[in-house]
Design a protein around this ligand. Sequence first.
Ligand code: MSP
Length: 513
Amino acid sequence: MDKNFYITTPIYYPSGRPHMGHAYSSIIADFFARFKSIDDYNVHFLTGTDEHGLKIQRSAEKAGKKPKEFCDQISQTFKDLSKTLNLSNTDFIRTTENRHKKTVQHLWSLLEKNDDIYLSNYSGWYSVSDEAFYNEDEIEEIEGKKIAKSSKSNVEWIEEESYFFRLSKWQKPLLEFYEKNPDFILPESRKNEVISFVKSGLNDLSVSRKSFSWGIPVPNNKNHVIYVWLDALTNYLSALNYPDKDDDLFKKFWPATIHLIGKDILRFHAVYWPAFLLAAKIDLPKKVYGHGWILSGEEKMSKSKGNILDPLEIIKEYGLDPLRYYLIKEVSFGNDGNISQERLEDCINSDLANNYGNLCQRVTAFANKNCDGKIPLTIKFQEEDLLILNKFKDNLDNIRSKIDNQNINFYIDYIVSSLFEANKYFNDQEPWKKKDDQIRLNTIVYTTLEIVRKISLLLYPIIPESSLKVLNIFEIDEKKVELSSISDNEYLIKGKKLNKIDILFKKIEKKND
Ligand code: MSP
């Protein structure tokens, strides 16, 4: 069985401060990476920054800096954000690195050798903000300004000599590929959009620019730089040291298991990228998943709209894990999701403080008083104990397959209902009334501690730091977090002292409470 898992985030433009949309893509990718790593996969998790092109060149000019100096500074803020978000990424790539430039130029040469690139002239609309070319029918005029219908960003007319990639030639092979690989583009609704776009006919794609210099030079023609999207997409290969044949990262991790991206950049990933790879005779990634947008007041959050919820400010106020939990739970995965501070506070209070935090506090406090602060030594399971414990084992394969289908909503609902059931079990069993039956009391405590352990394993990919704090009660550290151990109902070492746990999540006093 293939136990290698390669997941990527989009590489971010270092044109401004990271915002919640960036944090969202990264947190979701981290969720999948952590789930797979505790399920015994070799995980390669890549993120990074996309540093070339006119957009970055202009942002640098505005800041009065040289592009490289500007990128060094802002790329660092994205690197810092990866730490702040507690991402488990195994690499961080910058497209200004030599390892990347080498791969891009190699890929270009392959495309040229296979006659998929030719020199001609481009004239048409270009959006610097999207770094995308648009056809006449994709443009509209609002208040005298030409903008792209899809992104609402300004477009400008450009006319210059350009190399073209023979995208039109790949229309049929792409459609055949989508047909044979129905899970290549997800979610389903997005797949249909892409297929109808490809069916409507593909024009050859301009893949070089001559009027500015901030990019990777075209091999053998220094007057051109390579189009920033051909450059950027290649990061997924350059991070594996492709085409270095002696390096086994590529052998091990290519084709990528999943490129996780926002829906706005689906065309680049689901049409252009596979076409480049087909032309270069390189295997195609297994899946491209286009998630929805984080909205703030119904609009996509973006710098230009000024409606950015700053992830760093939210983390400072509420902590990281509440934000991770909230984004993963509240935004129905694949769809757009509205976020608000008020809902975040509700989520912290109800799910994290009341449901999870309370369960952990209650059972450990009870064990401290009634079991000498130890994991009970003598137990005897009854039917009702095994019923609740075995559910985890019985659902494990289902959970795995839901994750392989990116069904995060199922996963989180499963956790929330398990927490409810666990609290109900503890209440219904009334261990405080069993003081004259120590074995029954012990068994209820042991069962509840086992459930806490199992739920904490499931919560690890979402709120790693908090779940590790809970697992530390049993001296389970990160290296020992193994999903398969969820099936063991007597994993906890009987008679072992329980470590202390601090308050996990503080309840937030709401103004209208
Ligand atoms: N540099 C390109 C990606 C190249 S990948 C080879 C890019 N960068 S970006 O910084 O503009 O956006 C990166 C990702 O953040 C995109 O997937 C985009 O969808 C996502 N988000 C940006 N704003 C967003 C929201 N408001 N909500 C959710 N994600 C959004 O595009």
